[in-house]
Design a binder for this molecule. Structure first.
Ligand code: UD1
Ligand code: CA
Length: 459
């Protein structure tokens, strides 16, 4: 069976942080995860991750999802693959994909295209390459009239070779049995004194075996990050790659400033994404929506024709035609049903808001089940926490909640209940009733004049 070895032993000194380089994040996910997902997308389920620097961080992150082997000394990419020998021997009859954990933009399609070429040409080694404008730092692909003849590392290259723009992505397909053979023959005879995996190309050719390159039309697949600037460049490339995909699917962007979209997010046709909007996790957005400016949406399901303006929403569902914003926080476990309008400075937490309900301003609804066509006056608070436990409020259909009502949970309002402004509700209210809790207003005429007079007398 075909399998994959991911090299993730490196430290990334130039990042100036104490974690393995493949754990640095691109669009919120470790680079290692991007590489793993590319393999999974290419139907590779047998994977072995070579760890080294701070291996425990990767072990903890993977949490047993895939096998890891430890490279206790960093003696080069060839040496890293040697650590996976047992894994390779157990699957020796197929092909092995070797990838770098610090080059996250490799994708499943490129992997599969390269495998197709690898099999069709009966290659022993197929290296994935791309032509880039700034090849510094990458291994250069040396070609002759028969095809690829070697990979030369930047540090070992002649000035002339350094001009070559076709570079090694660090991802290759090997016939597994051949790879095991080549690993035995690697030496440290180079400027860096390391076991270079790239030397396998020359070794294979020396044995008269087929070697070729699959040149990716997308130069980003080779991009790696060696420092913070490189990581930012990767984030930018990944960000635009995802936005491009949505543009092709009919999503509208008038300006992409500050727009960050996670790669698992789905967006329907005709939806407009406005500046400053972050869409992450497993968020699914329908069509004809307007999201932004300045929204943060994580793990939400949003139906068609929803408008969100300055909204933060997490792990919630928002149904068709809902309008929310500006400055609204929708916290996990909420379900906002169709036709609801939520206005400024409102927080909804772990609550269901029924069809057509309006929560126009300055209101907190927590742990509540709200019916249809309810109107919340300004400043309503569901008092859901007594310092020890959280309780629920139930509000029936067609209720009219007066401004500054406090609902002390657990409490239930029946159907079409009115609460007078400023009322604190401490017990259930039956259908069609008015609940009013208000002291009598006393008018003390001339009060401020008397007060002023007293003060003047003292002075
Ligand atoms: C390597 C390639 C180069 C290619 C580039 C693509 C070699 C000799 N060179 O160079 O041709 O253009 O990748 O990014 O292979 N690693 C280990 N253990 C080690 C050394 C490295 O696990 O002892 C891991 C690193 O964590 C990294 C990957 O292998 O994920 C590549 O290593 P790195 O040192 O970054 O190689 P490059 O110099 O970039
Ligand atoms: Ca690298």
């Amino acid at each position: 069976m075909d399998n994959a070895v991911i090299l993730a032993g490196g430290q990334g000194k130039r990042m100036k942080a104490d974690i393995p380089k493949p754990m640095f994040k691109v669009l919120g996910e470790p680079m290692l995860e991007w590489v793993i997902k590319a393999c999974e997308g290419a139907q590779l389920s047998e994977m072995c991750v070579v760890t080294g620097y701070k291996a425990e961080i990767i072990d903890e992150y993977l949490n047993g999802r895939y096998k890891t082997v430890l490279q206790s000394e960093r003696l080069g990419t060839g040496h890293a693959v040697m650590q996976a020998k047992e894994f390779l021997k157990a699957n020796a009859e197929g092909n092995t994909l070797v990838l770098c954990g610090d080059a996250p933009l490799i994708d499943s399609e490129t992997i599969l295209n390269a495998l197709e070429l690898h099999k069709k040409e009966n290659n022993s080694v197929t290296v994935i390459t791309a032509c880039i404008d700034q090849p510094a730092g990458y291994g250069r692909i040396i070609r002759n009239d028969k095809g690829v003849s070697a990979i030369v590392e930047e540090k070992d290259a002649t000035n002339e070779q350094r001009l070559i723009r076709e570079v090694n992505s660090g991802t290759y397909w090997f016939r597994t049995a051949d790879l095991l053979e080549y690993l035995e023959e690697l030496t440290t005879d180079n400027v860096q004194g390391e076991y270079y995996l790239t030397d396998t190309v020359a070794i294979a050719l020396g044995k008269g075996r087929n070697v070729n390159a699959y040149t990716s039309p997308n130069p980003d697949v080779v991009l790696g990050a060696n420092d913070r600037k490189g990581l930012l460049a990767l984030n930018t490339a990944a960000r635009m790659m995802i936005i491009d995909k949505h543009l092709e699917n009919g999503v509208e962007f008038t300006c992409t400033d500050g727009v960050v979209i996670g790669r698992d997010v789905k967006i329907g046709e005709g939806t407009e994404i406005l500046p400053g909007t972050h869409l992450t996790g497993n968020t699914v957005i329908g069509s004809g929506c307007s999201i932004g400016p300045n929204c943060i949406i994580e793990d939400c399901v949003i139906e068609d024709e929803v408008k969100l303006n300055y909204v933060q929403a997490f792990k919630s569902q928002i149904d068709k035609g809902v309008k929310i914003g500006p400055w609204v926080h929708i916290r996990p476990g909420s379900h906002i049903k169709s036709g609801v309008k939520i206005g400024d400075f409102v927080e909804i937490k772990n609550s269901t808001i029924g069809e057509g309900t309006a929560v126009a301003h300055l209101t907190y609804v927590g742990d509540s089940d709200v019916g249809k066509k309810v109107n919340f006056g300004c400043g309503t608070v569901t008092v859901n926490y007594d310092g020890i436990i959280k309780s629920r409020c139930v509000i029936g259909d067609n209720c009219f909640i007066g401004c500054n009502t406090n609902l002390i949970a657990p409490v239930k309002l029946g159907k079409a209940v009115y609460t007078a402004a400023g009322t604190t509700i401490t017990k259930d209210v039956p259908d069609y009733a008015l609940a009013i809790d208000r002291g009598t207003v006393q008018i003390k005429e001339g009060y401020s004049l008397r007060k002023l007079k007293k003060r003047l007398e003292k002075a």
